[in-house]
Write a protein that binds this ligand. Structure first.
Ligand code: KGT
Length: 284
């Protein structure tokens, strides 16, 4: 296995898919010119809107999606692996999914993934999200083989569910990903710890491109796109919420070395839980 250069594209997507796609494409081209051969964009690369009605107004079925067509052409033109963190697409049954795409250097979709965990959360201060009111969750985890490495595909809120990433690592992934649109509030509190924890506990790289800043629909996202080593070191980070990109070399060997030092993936065990729960039942 050889090393390769990975890039994260950070965005501030608004309500206009073609503008967002143009912004993404410009940054993808810069990252490719810097030598990146795997380039990742954030969750909702081509569209961040506040309401389901606005979303329905702007999305289409996968085969008609103009942004996806453009990204396929771009991957082919630049001869790169292009991981679109997600696009909102209309499924055959009329349901909306939050779907990731990994596009090969020949411009075809190698892998799709529908976000499993819906962000249904009420935050302190009144910020409230009901992703499941708009999106239909997926139900299967996905890995994808690059020429250099097998990697796991996930999205944003998924990062809080370690068993998903564990399953990918056990399936042979040496790199994990969670392109995101983290809220400013939760990002500040949890982003770095979550990214580094998934890397350390799975002795895997973690690569997560982010949305950042104040968006057209009024939401504020955290930014801080990040690449973490299998030992938990931050290899590259955009230390802000501005659109841009950064890159880092990914050497699968360093994952192998981390696994030799701490074989926690191998030492993992199944277990049962028991205890004297009567006291708690009495309280309830
Ligand atoms: O709805 C859209 O337009 C795009 N989707 C999102 O922005 C999603 C669902 S609302 N956001 C997250 O998962 C944030 C998770 C997060 O911030 C955390 O886990 O703390």
């Amino acid at each position: 296995m050889n090393a390769f250069r990975a890039a994260c594209v950070q965005m501030r997507s608004g309500k206009n898919p073609s503008e967002n796609s143009l912004q993404a494409s410009a940054l993808i081209k810069q990252a490719a010119a810097d030598g990146a051969t795997y380039i990742q964009t954030p969750e909702m690369t081509n569209l961040l809107v506040g309401s389901k009605a606005e979303l329905l107004d702007r999305i289409s079925a996968e085969w008609q999606d103009v942004s996806l067509k453009a990204f396929k052409r771009l991957a082919d033109e630049l001869s790169i692996w292009l991981h679109i963190g997600s696009l909102a697409v209309l499924r055959e049954d009329g349901k909306i999914v939050n779907r990731a795409f990994v596009i090969s250097p020949e411009g075809s979709v190698a892998v799709r993934y529908d976000k499993i965990h819906m962000f249904d959360v009420d935050l302190p201060g009144g910020e409230s999200w009901r992703e499941s009111a708009t999106y239909q969750p997926g139900n299967s985890a996905v890995c994808c083989d690059l020429p250099w490495i097998r990697f796991g595909v996930a999205i944003c809120y998924d990062i809080r569910f370690p068993t998903l990433f564990r399953a990918q690592a056990k399936a042979g992934a040496f790199m994990l990903t969670a392109p995101a649109a983290f809220t400013q509030q939760t990002g500040q509190a949890h982003w770095h710890v979550l990214q580094r924890a998934r890397a350390i506990e799975n002795t895997s790289f973690v690569v997560s491109a982010a949305q950042g800043g104040l968006h057209e629909d009024g939401r504020e996202t955290y930014g801080h796109s990040i690449i973490v080593s299998p030992w938990g070191d931050v290899l590259a980070e955009l230390d802000n919420n501005e659109p841009g990109y950064m890159t880092a070399m990914i050497d699968p060997e360093s994952s192998t070395r981390a696994r030799q030092r701490i074989p926690s993936l191998q030492n993992d065990k199944e277990f049962e839980i028991s205890g004297d729960f009567r006291a708690a039942e009495t309280r309830a």
